[in-house]
Design a binder for this molecule. Structure first.
Ligand SMILES: CC(C)(COP(=O)(O)OP(=O)(O)OC[C@H]1O[C@@H](n2cnc3c(N)ncnc32)[C@H](O)[C@@H]1OP(=O)(O)O)[C@@H](O)C(=O)NCCC(=O)NCCS
Length: 148
């Protein structure tokens, strides 16, 4: 069974190593994670397997009364296609709504069709392209979902 809990600073070494695998084009450093994970306007959730190992995670920035920004969502390859990404998105979105967010925003690599189709199925609309957002030649598609 997969369980979900808040990620904490104790999880940072694992998140940093998973980031290198899942986001080789833009991994976060340990310093970045420590800063983000302890900020009150951010929430990070980890998905755990039966042994308690982190197999997925997601983070959101929700300042309240404004757009929330999905900071990251990733699931290790062995556990994809089981609804974990969708559940992580649901949990961070629920929290962003509870903070008074007016809309959800995210940036996704333009060639990441799997993630884009997940976001479209959740009601995100394509907004625009940010050139070189993830580095030279790596463009981002900006997507947005209104909170009714
Ligand atoms: C994107 C990602 C988080 C999805 O995680 P997941 O746990 O496999 O997703 P789910 O099982 O919840 O699937 C959710 C939806 O994603 C889409 N999806 C999943 N696998 C897919 C595939 N192989 N091809 C196309 N769409 C796919 C489908 O819309 C699916 O919905 P459905 O199962 O109802 O059809 C995962 O593929 C991942 O970690 N990718 C690498 C990191 C990444 O790119 N993160 C997003 C950065 S913005």
């Amino acid at each position: 069974m997969i369980t979900y809990r808040d990620a904490s600073s104790l999880d940072v070494p694992v998140l940093v190593s998973l980031d290198k695998e899942l986001f080789p084009y833009s991994p976060w450093s340990s310093g970045q994670y420590l800063e983000e994970i302890s900020a009150p306007t951010r929430r990070f959730i980890a998905a755990l397997d039966q042994a308690g190992s982190i197999i997925g995670y997601a983070g959101v920035f929700a300042p309240g009364g404004a757009e929330a920004d999905i900071l990251t969502v990733g699931v290790i390859p062995e556990h994809r296609g089981q609804g974990i990404g969708r559940q992580l998105m649901a949990l961070i979105t629920e929290w962003a709504i509870s903070q008074g967010s007016i809309a959800m925003m995210l940036e996704v690599k333009t060639d990441n069709l799997t993630a884009i189709s997940l976001y479209e199925s959740l009601g995100y609309a394509k907004l625009n392209i940010r050139k070189n957002y993830f580095g030279n030649g790596l463009d981002a598609l900006v997507m947005r979902k209104e909170i009714p």
